[in-house]
Design a protein around this ligand. Structure first.
Ligand SMILES: NC(=O)c1ccc[n+]([C@@H]2O[C@H](COP(=O)([O-])OP(=O)(O)OC[C@H]3O[C@@H](n4cnc5c(N)ncnc54)[C@H](OP(=O)(O)O)[C@@H]3O)[C@@H](O)[C@H]2O)c1
Length: 334
């Protein structure tokens, strides 16, 4: 058990506090909803107060039952938790319904943060494979994104959502939309791990006072088949990382988490078996500047969630999703 009061926090751009590490809840098409909910139940009892949920993970009802049990047993109060959820791509035109369903399933009265999970409305079914394509998929549109965002702003006005999050964004997309939003996003969730550091995006978000939440902070060794390629690096097997871990007497996972915290990123690792150690990493010794510098050299540009399944008809390949030339690829109204 880690005393939640001792877990450090980040301060969001409206002055609210958020625990510096949260529990991910995506079962990666491998763990059942019940298994993920069991990890959440254990997490609540060992000090986790931040949970990263999403409608498309298909397990919010099971997780909500565990929140309810913990409230009823007096283990935690609703106001002590920071509960995040995400609008899936097929609900961009119906955000209120998505939000209300998540609140009902999670049994949590309001969401501390609601994210736009992906910046385009391109739907794919759970468990789909890498070649799956939705013929209705479209490239990014500023107007559509801003319309989706405005629907969340209304939910903030109604008190159903406390903060707004964005996810899987790029700097060109942020440049295109930030000036058009009434309520500034509090956080941006992006893939970030030692072999995919996104330093430029992190600095951009820091300048905007938007917190970076790092997903797949350990390099997601059990990610879905569609996100595995033979030449992907294995973050936790990098010799430099293993050496630092050995010096601290901990698993390389713990070093990945301390590295994220050291660079001002909030990590949201998922774990069924090691969640207790992950939270404890927030209250034990930090990495030294030298260790941080060694891990900085592990950048390999190895994006794991390439996003093939979100491509629209006519797109070249997955690079089109990430605006690597500094302009939004095939934007319909930029
Ligand atoms: N916004 C988005 O589009 C997006 C996309 C992907 C993910 N996410 C979020 O990010 C969260 C984390 O991503 P992820 O679950 O794919 O990857 P991850 O957290 O990088 O890796 C999870 C894996 O690492 C193992 N692990 C965790 N702690 C460990 C430890 N201390 N020692 C050894 N192994 C350890 C887990 O195994 P055990 O279970 O055996 O511990 C699990 O297989 C997701 O759950 C989700 O909430 C968001």
């Amino acid at each position: 058990m880690t005393d939640p009061k001792k877990v450090p926090f980040f301060t969001l751009n409206d002055g609210s506090k958020i625990p510096c590490l949260g529990m991910g809840t995506f079962g990666s098409d491998r763990c059942s909803a019940e298994e993920v909910a069991a990890a959440v139940a254990g997490g609540l009892r060992c000090g986790y107060r931040l949970f990263d949920c999403a409608a498309c993970y298909g397990n919010e009802a099971q997780i909500g039952a565990e929140f309810r049990k913990a409230f009823d047993e007096g283990i935690v109060k609703r106001e002590d938790l920071f509960i995040m959820s995400k609008v899936w791509n097929d609900m961009h035109r119906n955000v209120a319904a998505s939000c209300k369903k998540s609140i009902e399933d999670l049994q949590c009265d309001y969401l501390d943060m609601l994210f736009i999970h992906w910046p385009f409305p391109n739907y794919h079914a759970p468990f789909c494979d890498v070649d799956s394509r939705n013929p209705d998929s479209k490239p990014f549109s500023v107007e559509e994104f801003v319309d989706t965002y405005r629907q969340i702003e209304e939910l903030v006005d109604q008190g159903l959502v406390k903060h707004i999050g964005i996810s899987n964004m790029t700097i060109p997309k942020l440049d295109a939309v930030l000036g058009k939003l009434r309520i500034k996003p509090a956080a941006c969730e992006s893939e970030m791990h030692p072999c995919f550091q996104e330093q430029e995006l992190l600095e951009y978000l820091n300048k905007q006072d938007i917190l970076s939440i790092g997903y797949m902070p350990l390099g997601s060794p059990r990610r879905p088949e569609r996100d595995i390629e033979p030449d992907d690096y294995v973050d936790m097997q990098m010799p430099e990382l293993k050496e630092i871990a050995a010096a601290h007497g901990v698993h390389p996972a713990i070093i990945c988490l301390k590295w994220a915290l050291g660079r001002g990123v909030l990590p949201i690792p998922f774990s069924m078996h090691n969640y207790e150690a992950n939270l404890e990493a927030t209250v034990t010794e930090k990495l030294t500047d030298e260790e941080m510098a060694v891990i900085a050299t592990l950048e390999r540009g190895n994006r794991l969630v390439k996003g093939h399944v979100f491509l629209w008809p006519g797109a070249k390949d997955w690079h089109d999703l990430w605006d690597e030339d500094g302009v939004i690829t095939s934007c319909t109204d930029c």
